[in-house]
Design a protein around this ligand. Structure first.
Ligand code: PEP
Ligand code: MN
Length: 353
C-alpha cells in the first residue's frame, strides 16, 4: 500500500473520529434533556428495560465487522457516560467542595488565621494531666509565637483501663493556662452531650479519628458556633473524610479544619501511615484548611521533624504535634511527645525552611 493511500485512509479515519465525537456529544445533549424530564417526573434515571431495548435495536442492525458483544460493550460505556452526565447535573456539589466555593476558607481562631497561606501550629500535651504540666507547655508554646494550645481532657483510649482524661476539669485547667498566655484552646469532645458545656472552655472542638464517623457528634458540632478540627478516621478513605466534614458544614458551621493523622496499613514501622498525598488532594477537592498531625501518624519522635517538613512542603496549612514537660512520665503517648527543648529545636528547624 502506498504512502498516499495510507494518508488518505488516515484522513478518513480522522473524519470518522470527528463524526463520532459529534454524535456522542449530540447523544449526551439528548440524554441530559431526558434526565431533566425524568427528574421533574420523579422517575429513575437508570431504566434497564429501556437499555435492553436499545441494545437489541443496535445489535439487530449490526453488520460487522465488530461482533455483537464488542458493540454491546462499546455502547454500554456510552450509556454509562450518559447516566453519569445526568447524575453530575443532578448531584449537588458538596458544600465543602471547591466546586461549590473556589476560594480558600480561612478559619480565624482568636486572630490565628488558619488557611491564610502561612504555616500554623497546634501544640500541647496529649492529655491534660495537671495545671503545672499544661502551664509549662503553654509558656513554651507562647514563646514560639504559636497561638493554638492543644490538650486532651476527654481521651478516647483503646483500653477502658487506661487514663481517660480529666474531663471538664481538664478543660478548665487548659483554659486557665491558655488564658494566662493569651492562647486559644483546642480539645477533643467525644460525646455530643458534652458540647454545650464545653464550648465555654474551648476555642476549637476537636473530633478525633475514632469519632470521624460519629454522625451525631458531627451534627452536634455543626450546630454550634465554634471552629471544628476534624481528624481523619483510622481507616477512612478521603471521600469518607470529606463527607464527615460535609455533615458539619451542612448544619451551618463552616469553620472546619481537616487534619490528616495517618491511616492504618500493614506497615508496622510507624504507628500509622502518614498519607501525605491526602494533603494536596484535600486542598484540591475542598476549600478547607488542612493540618497534619505528625505525632499520631508516625508515633515516633525521630520522625516528627521530617514529616512536619514534608507536610508544609506539600501544602499543609499547619502542623499538630504533642509536647510534654516530661514525656517519660506522661499518662498517654509517652513514646512520641516532645519535651520542651526538643520542641524548641523542632520549631527552629522548621523556621529554617
Ligand atoms: C489526639 O489528637 O489527641 C488524638 C487522640 O488523636 P487521634 O484522634 O488522631 O488519634
Ligand atoms: Mn496523643
Amino acid at each position: 500500500m502506498s504512502n498516499q493511500q495510507l494518508d488518505e485512509l488516515r484522513g478518513q479515519l480522522e473524519e470518522v473520529n470527528l463524526q463520532l465525537l459529534n454524535l456522542i456529544n449530540k447523544r449526551g445533549e439528548l440524554v441530559k434533556d431526558i434526565g431533566q424530564i425524568k427528574e421533574k417526573q420523579g422517575m429513575n434515571r437508570f431504566d434497564p428495560v429501556r437499555e435492553r431495548v436499545m441494545f437489541d435495536q443496535i445489535t439487530e442492525k449490526n453488520d460487522g465487522p465488530f461482533e455483537d458483544s464488542t458493540i454491546t460493550h462499546l455502547f454500554k460505556e456510552i450509556f454509562k457516560a450518559g447516566l453519569e452526565l445526568q447524575e453530575d447535573d443532578h448531584r449537588k456539589a458538596l458544600l465543602v467542595s471547591r466546586k461549590k466555593k473556589p476560594e480558600d476558607t480561612i478559619v480565624d481562631i482568636k486572630g490565628d488565621r488558619i488557611g491564610d497561606g502561612n504555616p500554623h501550629f497546634v501544640m500541647g500535651p496529649c492529655a491534660v494531666e495537671s495545671y503545672e504540666q499544661v502551664s509549662q507547655v503553654a509558656e513554651a508554646v507562647k514563646k514560639q509565637g504559636i497561638k493554638l494550645l492543644r490538650g486532651g481532657a476527654f481521651k478516647p483510649r483503646t483500653s477502658p483501663y487506661d487514663f481517660q482524661g480529666l474531663g471538664l476539669e481538664g478543660l478548665k485547667i487548659l483554659k486557665e493556662a491558655a488564658d494566662e498566655h493569651d492562647l486559644a484552646v483546642v480539645s477533643e469532645i467525644v460525646n455530643p452531650a458534652d458540647i454545650e458545656k464545653a464550648v465555654d472552655y474551648l476555642d476549637v472542638i476537636q473530633i478525633g479519628a475514632r469519632n470521624m464517623q460519629n454522625f451525631e457528634l458531627l451534627k452536634a458540632a455543626g450546630s454550634v458556633n465554634k471552629p471544628v478540627l476534624l481528624k481523619r478516621g483510622l481507616s477512612a478513605t478521603i471521600s469518607e473524610f470529606i463527607n464527615a466534614a460535609e455533615y458539619i458544614i451542612s448544619r451551618g458551621n463552616e469553620n472546619i479544619i481537616l487534619c490528616e493523622r495517618g491511616i492504618r496499613t500493614y506497615e508496622k514501622a510507624t504507628r500509622n501511615t502518614l498519607d501525605i498525598s491526602a494533603v494536596p488532594i484535600l486542598k484540591q477537592e475542598t476549600h478547607l484548611p488542612v493540618l497534619v498531625d505528625v505525632t499520631h501518624s508516625t508515633g515516633r519522635r525521630d520522625l516528627l521533624l521530617p514529616t512536619a517538613k514534608a507536610a508544609l512542603a506539600v501544602g499543609a496549612d499547619g502542623v499538630m504535634a504533642e509536647v510534654h514537660p516530661d514525656p517519660a512520665v506522661a499518662l498517654s503517648d509517652s513514646a512520641q511527645q516532645m519535651d520542651i527543648p526538643t520542641f524548641e529545636n523542632f520549631m527552629a528547624e522548621l523556621k529554617k525552611q
